[in-house]
Design a protein around this ligand. Structure first.
Ligand code: PLP
Length: 388
């Protein structure tokens, strides 16, 4: 069968392949430690779930306007604006089933065939997919370990230019957990203004930050709100991955165009899910605070444990729930080591290369798992790596 050029490079997400192999091993009776999947291990808070269940029982199960219900758009505008120090109008907010549509559709609306799109590598695999489908030219910029996985700014400067249409940022980052510092955002913002580019800022992990730090948004810098799309959502902050609820915040003319794409591709986001989303934003935030404290404790355990394993060096990330240890001194390729650890140690994790070529020499571990399981995974890793 022949397919279109724009779908030729599409590939599955690495996490699902590892999950499938881990499942086969489990069927054979092996006990697997799951550190591969980027999904909170917490249940959706009860107050949120109950609102959703009640909404279904009360018949909120119909089509709604594409952009989202007014209460939710207003709550998102207020909450997202307050947290970022920005004035946001509800008309700038587009609710979507999960955050991903607000990556894909703004890209489709802005990127013309042949336009260059800068994005982080290693980075979330959907960026490459959406650039390909839009017909854009992918321009990966390496993240540097010794800059806590912020952009290699020299590489960025050499790659950004007149042909750049869009710059994709992700802070805190999947897969590295890195937070882009304010100075780097200012540097990138200056280039975006000089070359008249859009910025798509994936801020889905913005509430999951540690050590009392925050992850600044490029949208809050002078002159940036009018050229930035903020993408965020409920999946990670409120452990709502399966509810499918996310949003984009963008200048109104762009929102009107992206709304048309959402209309024709997706229709609308489930009404009951949106009602649950209103509760998430307006209800108690105690769950989020507790979850972040637990992630921080786990991060400390996993970073310390990894650094105690010969051949592994791991920086302490400031956000998300991932670590990206350097395994170069084992002399093994990332993919080979990830396979060895799954097959021999029963530890499911991802090679850095699942996030792009510059991920070679690294592994990605998700610590959305109990401290007990993390300790067991570390013990097994040490055993297998000790034999190399
Ligand atoms: N952006 C990043 C960096 C992610 O890690 C994810 C989910 O893994 C998403 C976007 C997509 O979020 P959602 O599940 O709400 O579509």
């Amino acid at each position: 069968m022949t397919f279109t050029k724009r779908t030729q490079t599409l590939a599955p997400e690495g996490a699902y392949q590892v999950l499938a192999r881990a499942g086969e091993l489990e069927v054979q009776g092996r006990e697997i430690m799951h550190l591969e999947i980027g999904q909170p291990d917490f249940d959706t808070p009860e107050n949120i779930s109950l609102k959703g269940v009640q909404a279904i029982a009360n018949g909120y199960t119909k089509y709604r306007s594409t952009a989202g219900i007014d209460e939710l758009r207003a709550a998102i505008a207020a909450d997202a604006g307050r947290r970022r120090g920005l004035a946001i109008e509800p008309a700038q907010v587009l609710v979507s089933p999960g955050a991903k549509p607000n990556l894909f559709f703004p890209t489709l609306a802005l990127v013309e065939e042949g336009d260059e799109v800068i994005y982080p590598n290693p980075g979330f695999p959907t960026y490459e997919a959406m650039i390909a489908v839009a017909g854009g030219v992918p321009i990966p910029v390496p993240l540097l370990e010794d800059r806590d996985f912020s952009f290699d700014l020299a590489a960025f400067d050499s790659l950004v230019g007149e042909r750049t249409k869009l710059i994709v940022l992700n802070s805190p980052s999947n897969p590295t957990g890195g937070v882009i510092p304010a100075e780097d955002l200012a540097h990138i913002a200056a280039a975006a203004q000089k070359f008249d580019c859009w910025v798509l800022s994936d801020e889905i992990y913005t509430r999951i930050v540690f050590d009392g730090q925050s992850a600044p948004s490029i949208a809050a810098l002078p002159g940036m709100a009018e050229r930035t799309i903020i993408m965020d959502g409920f999946s990670k902050t409120y452990a709502m991955t399966g509810w499918r609820l996310g949003y984009g915040i963008m200048p109104e003319p762009l929102a009107r165009k992206v709304q048309l794409l959402l209309t024709h591709a997706l229709g609308s986001t489930a009404h009951f899910t949106q009602i649950a989303g209103v509760e998430a934003l307006l209800g108690t935030q105690a769950f989020v605070e507790d979850m972040v404290a637990q992630y921080e404790a786990r991060r400390n355990v996993i970073v310390e444990g990894l650094n105690a394993i010969p051949g592994v060096v791991c920086r302490k990330p400031q956000g998300a729930f991932y670590v990206f240890p350097n395994i170069q001194s084992t002399g093994m390729k990332s993919a080979d080591l990830a396979t060895l650890l799954l097959e021999e140690a029963g530890v499911a994790l991802l090679p850095g290369t699942a996030f792009g070529a510059y991920g070679e020499g690294y592994l990605r571990l998700s610590y959305a798992n109990s401290i007990e399981n993390i300790r067991e995974a570390l013990r097994r890793m040490e055993e297998v790596l000790g034999q190399i």
